[in-house]
Design a protein around this ligand. Sequence first.
Ligand code: SAM
Length: 280
Amino acid sequence: MTGQNPDRPRAGAVKQITSHSNPLVKEIKGLVGMRKHRTQSGLFVAEGLKLATDALDAGWSVRYLALGPDVRDNDRAQQAAARARAKGALILEMPTQILSAITRRDNPQMVVGVYEQKLLAPQDIRPEGTHVWIALDHVRDPGNLGTIIRTADAVGASGVILVGETTDPFAVEAVRATMGSLFHVPLVKMSREDFKSFAGKWPGTVAGTHLKGEEDYREVEYLSPTLLLMGNEQAGLPDDMAETCNELLRIPQLGQADSLNLAVATAVMLFEIQRPRLKL
Ligand code: SAM
């Protein structure tokens, strides 16, 4: 038994958690509440049975699966727990109050997973065929990021590139907004400098969106593969990033709103780029 911490339960085991002060409860709370803890551990939290099933189906590594009392007799939850255990996850059975404290929700999900983060390396992006990649410059809002990942999944985009200082895609609010698409859409991180040289070598259209864009987004030809670049919520795209684009496009608006919400603008663009391929 050398090298094993006797206080730490074995992977693949089932453990009953009864106290808020259990170190595992503190660890999971830290992952929910602090980016620093997520970054240091490389772990993150995703709530819900659907997300647990998505994660397992897509081959993500599960470290812990916390189960509340309401799913003790739920076949799908027990199947997910069995699959997670078989992959070495520790199953934590706990009362609703502790799940509630972990997830900071009055009505917590009865299945809460802790997973290993996964990013694609920039050199593993292979732009080809009709691929569409989305690049988000300095995206700040986790809800926007999660919604964009979900939309990217819905339109069959190949992945999302997070450029510069962005919100954490593994924050619980971002993960929630993806509705499970986080487990299906590759994510890449890049600095602005790296993005500029990456975009310079892109074989198809690099389409930027800008409130000062002079082209109507419905009137350009998107050459495949397409790279769509979106600006930050407050500042939009800075000039040096806008210069990396072949096209600077605007979505025409009526009414008094200055601009569209970032996730909405991204969705409008993606549905236009993918229009020839989207069929009922
Ligand atoms: N004040 C910012 C500006 O001046 O750009 C507004 C940014 S907007 C909330 C966030 C991003 O959504 C923009 O950088 C752009 O990528 C996209 N966007 C929003 N509305 C748009 C529109 N009507 N046309 C083109 N892009 C738009």
